[in-house]
Design a protein around this ligand. Sequence first.
Ligand code: DHB
Ligand code: FE
Length: 258
Amino acid sequence: MGNRADQVIGDVLKRIHEAIVDNDVTYDEYQAVKQWLIDVGEAGEWPLFLDVFVESAVEQQVYRDREGSQGTILGPYHLPDAPVLDAPYELPKRDDEQGDRMHFSGRVVDHEGNPLAGAVLDVWHADAKGLYSGFDPSVPEGILRGKVIADDEGRYEVRSIVPAPYTIPHDGPTGKMIAAADWHPWRPAHIHLIVSADGYEALTTQLYIDSSDYLDDDVASAVKDNLVVHLEPKEGEPEVLHFDYDFALAPARTPAVA
Ligand code: DHB
Ligand code: FE
């Protein structure tokens, strides 16, 4: 087998060189890009930039043949140590948390529809201003993050508030690039999940709220049609907006025998 680093890095550089020729790039542009790359690093924006502009292509390539539910990008805002919640499975929130109340429920099953008892759903999302706890200092630590465990029939439920669309920070170099290109910095309102069960491939995904702006125009290119959910007043609790969603996990990939 050839040297993979030689192959991939060589190919990336070749394509950059081609773009320079095709677009007749100037020395001023080269110097501006070099400074911009330095600025992205100094601002700590590489996780942000890569997850917005590159991760979706990796996700689609790696999981192109996956059985079961669709996944999408992880993004930069997952924190692994969220607490396991008890009934009524409500994500921690502020006393005066803004936003409509939300409830969602469904089942976690395997690729053949058998329930996965004890499956773990790690859930996190932005607040009603589109901000994430643990990253934006104005949001208290631990807010709007938690894990729930599916019951013996694979059933789960989660309570929280409806998140708002998210704008990637636009005061730094990533925002400067977006403005220079005349793009917009928005992602549609979404809920992040990692659904896992022993013996199955963990599913990293997001659910998108169908009334949100930017569904057709996500800056991170991570929306897939069957990840869009429709919220309706919950039976018996009309002030709470509800949707159902089932997750089907694929068996863990067994590593190839060397
Ligand atoms: C980014 C933010 C998100 O909330 C997300 O889901 C994906 C990417 C980002 O800013 O990079
Ligand atoms: Fe997000």
